[in-house]
Design a binder for this molecule. Sequence first.
Ligand code: PGA
Length: 248
Amino acid sequence: MRKKLVAGNWKMHGSLADNAALLAAIKPALAGIEAAVCVPFPYLAQVQAALAGSSLSWGAQNLSEQAKGAFTGEVSSAMLLDFGCTYVIVGHSERRSLYGESDELVAKKYLAAQAAGLTPILCVGESLDERESGVTEQVVARQLDAVIGMAGVASLAKAVVAYEPVWAIGTGKTASPEQAQAVHAFIRGKIATLDAGVAEGLTIQYGGSVKAANAAELMAQPDIDGGLIGGASLIADEFVAICRAAAQ
Ligand code: PGA
């Protein structure tokens, strides 16, 4: 059976005090459940200290495509490993749209993550315009192809894909379970044309306004294997309920 994984994406939120309270609440409540939190770089040490030895993993929200050197302000895969990261989000739509990350750069970051032994959580998804113009599948296929072209389909055996329709992120507008399932099935089907085994084993998360109230119906879809959770991952009860819904 393929692995279910819920990951919190804290984005640029948190403080030492707020994080300590959040981690102290979710850690015992999720004992025995595999889940992860992807936190801002400065808090990696805090999360490592708080979660070491638990069933929870942690990671970052971005990394440099470069291994090391004169790249002011960047953070390398090796640095993330130093802090015990398992995961790193690559190609989040906010990075693509606000920071100009191209498909090619996202693919390079994915490669850098895997080269270091980190598991990339590769985000794909269409904007509202693209959905309304009927090109959702083309957009998602293009984003996947950029990575498959550079890293090969077999690399997906050591990655997680997150389908996040941009119009559903932080808007309160969740994709319906049917809408999400349709794109998840498309993603798995597309990968299956290249490697059926990799497609079958691939964890595909849904992200975009997931909350405790809608998690169960989303997680019940056959091709939805967990979630990438923004706003609701900052609220202990919400995050715990979502992780439990996925684990069922
Ligand atoms: P949201 O964000 O849950 O706040 O919609 C999800 C994400 O951007 O990963």
